[in-house]
Design a protein around this ligand. Structure first.
Ligand SMILES: C[S@@+](CC[C@H](N)C(=O)[O-])C[C@H]1O[C@@H](n2cnc3c(N)ncnc32)[C@H](O)[C@@H]1O
Length: 283
């Protein structure tokens, strides 16, 4: 019995009236309200377990998402998750979208799945059907939803799809966006289109390793190297077991290579902390 009902019953008994039957109107503790009460104060791992997504429990992703995404909790932005869940099962799916909706109370939550998951739509949750490597679908989502700030790729987990989705979506991401790829273990699994050869250039982790190189493009000594879009727009890459989190931003910190590699460059930079008289004279 709720506090309101208890007070009403006490008032009725002290006034000589019989306690009224509890009705749905008088009883404020509906299932939805009870759920809201229970979830208040939960961290993302607890929310994942409560909503039934395998991002916690089977996997250990939520502890990392909590750190990387916590600062967005009060913001209005758009999150796109590829892979709504449940595969062909029409009654299953949407667990993680609901978790994100709760965790980000002002965000628009968008899901994309190759199967029809339209029934998952509710309130701030919008659903699209299509394959994650379909450029037209991805462009339509961005055109309709505006710049996306957070992407979670939890779709087919096939490296060729992951790479193609990243190629299309990363440039369309908001300037300070965050791009996450889950279940990167398939990179090492031929059964999923990955490869047992860790030098194979077509896998998910080959893409990630290339991006890590590109993050340091200002240090390259090739005279004729032309920076790629990803070189110039990735400021951080965090790799965890089976999860990669990529931070978008302007990668323009500069280099001390002209100062340190004197024999190669024969001179010194004119600006920056490593310039002569700058804060850092050494490496
Ligand atoms: C692992 S489940 C997603 C689980 C969900 N994100 C969660 O955490 O609760 C993967 C989903 O990706 C979908 N999927 C598979 N291939 C896809 C593709 N090429 N494009 C989009 N979605 C795909 C499947 O139908 C399935 O529902």
């Amino acid at each position: 019995m709720s506090k309101l009902s208890r007070i009403t019953a006490r008032l009725r008994s002290t006034s000589g009236q019989a306690p009224a039957q509890e009705s749905a109107v008088e009883e404020p503790t509906t299932q939805a309200q009870a759920d809201r009460e229970r979830r208040r104060g939960m961290n993302l791992t607890e929310l994942a377990l409560d909503f039934g997504t395998d991002k916690a429990g089977d996997h250990h992703y939520t502890q990392h998402y909590q750190r990387h995404l916590e600062h967005l909790r009060g913001e209005a932005f758009t999150l796109l998750e590829i892979g709504i869940g449940g595969y062909k099962n029409r009654k299953n799916g949407g667990q993680s979208l609901r978790m994100w909706k709760w965790f980000f109370p002002k965000a628009q939550i968008v899901g994309l799945d190759i199967e029809d998951k339209s029934w998952v739509e509710a309130g701030r949750i919008k659903v699209y059907q299509g394959s994650q490597d379909d450029e037209a679908v991805l462009e339509r989502i961005v055109a309709e939803q505006g710049p996306i700030k957070v992407v979670i790729d939890d779709g087919s987990h096939r490296p060729e799809h992951i790479r193609e989705t990243f190629r299309i979506l990363f440039p369309l991401l908001a300037d300070d966006g965050i791009y996450c790829i889950e279940d990167t273990q398939t990179s090492y699994w031929p059964e999923f289109g990955g490869s047992a050869d860790r030098q194979d250039p077509t896998t998910t982790m080959a893409l990630v390793k290339d991006l890590i190189d590109g993050l340091h493009f200002e240090e390259f000594v090739d005279e004729d190297y032309t920076p790629k879009y990803t070189d110039q727009h990735i400021t951080g890459i965090s790799c965890y077991h089976n999860l990669v989190v990529i931070q978008k931003g302007d990668n323009v910190e500069g280099t001390n290579k002209h100062w340190v590699l004197k024999e190669r460059y024969g001179g010194a930079p004119t600006v920056g902390p490593h310039a002569p008289g700058g804060a850092q004279a050494d490496l």
